[in-house]
Ligand binder design. Structure first.
Ligand code: NAD
Ligand code: UDP
Length: 326
């Protein structure tokens, strides 16, 4: 839907140069809003927003959300935070700071300018779940002192801050819990399973399955996810969430590897590696609430979403550099 003269808004997207943020900025620009993209390029890339840089209603600010920000906006999408385990574990203290100090700064900004603010939370708040599939009412099973804790607990604390600002200061908040999302513009080296498998298959390298490959995940295509986030942002004020956004189709990592090999026509084999600590056994969103309140559900099947993602990597993957001989 296009924004009219009266519905045109100033929208801040933190983490706007990242994978999800760049698609969100594009959709908001298409809708006719004025978009401010804030990013410190920790995992983001200017190439993700290259198509937007010359647009009169798009502005880019290099800024770290752990420091206060002063802008005038009507809406804030708070996405700033590395999302892949290898990136968020590289500097775990900074990851927690980004989630917690970033949330405090963005909530403070929302309070000052009376903006509505949406938090990109995660299925990781459910940890390694004993309840399956996961409804929003499930409190989760998270290790507070493990290698994934900086991300999981940082995001849990950010949710707490959102709800306390809502209760204490009457802030207009929205919280979405995003389940594994994939698509074009994933970073080829970010270590997430979809990008890893596709890159490995295209390069004819072995697909690295961690553990025996029986753990499950549910994969949502990026366009579906962005549609859900936009609907949540414009949903009635009394619906604050948290609401799950994801695709309930559940696959083992072995099934995913086989699909990627088949879709790429690769001759790669599968190789088994040790399972990382605290790797969740299973993941599947219960999306009944999103269906009921937002009228939202994913439309892209895994096979067609993977085909589009493979096409992106075929076009953009740099040739593998040969190892230097000593
Ligand atoms: P991404 O790493 O591609 O994007 C994150 C962006 O935030 C990057 O552009 C990065 O440079 C920026 N950033 C990181 N720290 C920052 C800081 N301190 N200040 C300013 N910018 C900073 O990840 P993504 O997949 O696009 O994820 C976006 C958001 O969605 C994250 O908050 C993530 O936790 C959440 N999420 C993503 C998924 C997923 O499957 N992709 C799942 C659940 C939740
Ligand atoms: N995984 C895998 N091989 C890889 C990368 C990941 O088998 O090359 C597994 C990982 O152990 C996890 C699942 O795939 O069980 C999803 O991993 P990802 O990092 O994409 O997301 P998350 O664990 O955060 O859901």
């Amino acid at each position: 839907m296009k924004a009219g003269r009266d519905s045109r808004m100033r929208v801040l997207v933190t983490g706007g140069a990242g994978f999800l943020g760049s698609f969100l900025c594009e959709r908001l620009i298409e809708q006719g809003h004025d978009v401010i993209c804030v990013d410190n390029f920790y995992t983001g890339d200017k190439r993700n927003i290259a198509g937007l840089l010359g647009k009169p209603n798009f502005e880019l600010i290099r800024h770290d959300v752990t420091f206060p920000l002063y802008v005038e906006v009507d809406r804030i999408f708070n996405l700033a935070c590395p999302a892949s385990p290898i990136h968020y574990q590289r500097d775990p203290v900074q990851t927690t700071k980004t989630s917690v100090h970033g949330a405090i700064n963005m909530l403070g900004l929302a309070k000052r300018v009376k903006a509505r603010i949406l938090q990109a939370s995660t299925s990781e708040v459910y940890g390694d779940p004993e309840v399956h599939p996961q409804p929003e009412s499930y409190w989760g099973r998270v290790n507070p002192v493990g290698p994934r804790s900086c991300y999981d607990e940082g995001k849990r604390c950010a949710e707490t801050l959102f709800f306390d600002y809502h209760r204490q200061h009457g802030l207009d908040i929205k919280v979405v819990r995003i389940f594994n999302t994939y698509g074009p513009r994933m970073h080829p080296n970010d270590g997430r399973v979809v990008s890893n498998f596709i890159v490995q298959a295209l390069r004819g390298e072995p697909l690295t399955i961690y553990g025996d490959g029986s753990q499950t995940r549910s994969f949502c295509y990026v366009d579906d996810l962005i549609e859900g986030m936009l609907r949540m942002m414009e949903s009635p004020a009394e619906f604050v969430g948290p609401v799950n956004l994801g695709n309930p189709g559940e696959f083992t990592m072995l099934q995913l590897a086989e699909m990627v090999i088949c879709l790429t026509g690769s001759s790669s084999r599968i190789e088994f590696h040790p399972l990382p600590q605290d790797d969740p056994r299973q993941r599947r969103p219960d999306i009944a609430l999103a269906g009921e309140v937002l009228g939202w559900g994913p439309e892209t099947q895994l096979g067609s979403g993977l085909a589009k993602t493979i096409e992106f990597f075929e076009e953009t993957l740099p040739p593998k550099r040969a190892k230097l001989s000593r």
